[in-house]
Design a protein around this ligand. Sequence first.
Ligand code: NCD
Length: 441
Amino acid sequence: MSGMRHLVSIDDLSIGELNQLFEHARHFSENLRDSTGACRGFIAASIFYEPSTRTRLSFESAMLRLGGGVVTAADMSTSSVAKGESLADTVRVVSGAYADILVLRHPSEGAARLAAKYSTVPVINAGDGANEHPTQTLCDLYTLWIEKGRIEGLDVVLFGDLRYSRTIHSFVYALARFGANLVCIPHKGLELPDYVLKRLHEEFGASPQAADVSRLGELAGSSGATYIELPGPQRSQLHPESDRGVHLVRRVDAIYMTRPQTERFADGDSDLDYVSLNPESMASEALSDAVVMHPLPRRDEICPDFDADPRAIYFDQAARGVPIRMAILGMLLGQLDFDADPTEPKQAEHSVNQPGNPCPNQGCVSHTELRQVPPCYRVLGDSPVRAACAYCSRALEAALVGELGQEQAFCPDSPKARQIPVERLVFFRGPQEALAAGYTA
Ligand code: NCD
């Protein structure tokens, strides 16, 4: 491994690296108290702008078990943020002499990507708003790998708040890459966001279908279930048994419950009738081998009466956060052996060439941090010309594109649009916006 690496999105790790992380984690878990001091002399800084129990404590425990040290800003309201310091400045100060690696949790989407831009040391995203939580996904994937011996071809049911759960978003991107099959049973109004579905479709060829989940008993509730078919290495057990194109869910390998993320709810969102799992609702034959996972904390979505059931593995899952975080700390600090090929480098980042901020996501750090966040984009493809915010990765809504300093705007799928140098692109949501900027459409 060469060059400094960050873990901002679960996509920053290749499948080969993920498998090697699991091997290292298993090795660490065999003797947590004798970890050979792989990170002796290194310091991790926890910078948490949102509450946390498991993520922060397991990271700090992991670093201490590796022989390293930790410094903690667990409540940023007591830091210089209260004096108006920007995230960029905080990161510049803490990275380097204070710490050799940063673990950051922040309410704005794309905050970790912003931090990575200003940090002189690796940054780990410990949750950025509703966007991603890649180290929870490491813990979740590692748990599946231990419990089921594989991830490929597993049938995983995702329940509850699929809209605001960052753990779900990182998890589905990773499950898609591993070729697992997904059944989404969202709480009404808390379905997987369109941008996640779009990405699953564009990057992984996933196509959502209706699912018949009646065999999941009460758990299915009245929500519209979706089966997301992934072109994985092994085909699903969730065979289509009818010719109506509705997938019948027969046997499930894992159930992933989520807490309603009420702290991120918008007006009109409700957690009334939120799904609740109990011993009776798990009695269905289809669920007899299904391990039940939850990133925790739980509220009422898993009844404590179910805790003694052998399928209830959420506390083991939380415990596994320590060895897997030891593995990722050791990897990013260059202290563990990895020979798997890394992911392809990301597309280059460009400052926007127009006034204002074309990122459509109002929860993005490019909108919420007022200082030192110049709007930037990356070009994802040229047929049609597609770009995304360089911080939160949300696609820019460009009905027309133009070239800086020119006067004509084009449809993104036209040959003229393709000829515009990527660093000179200007994005317009529609003809009126183009006209107002002096372009003819
Ligand atoms: C999750 C989070 O913060 O997104 N918690 C965690 O890190 N284990 C899930 C949640 O808060 O519901």
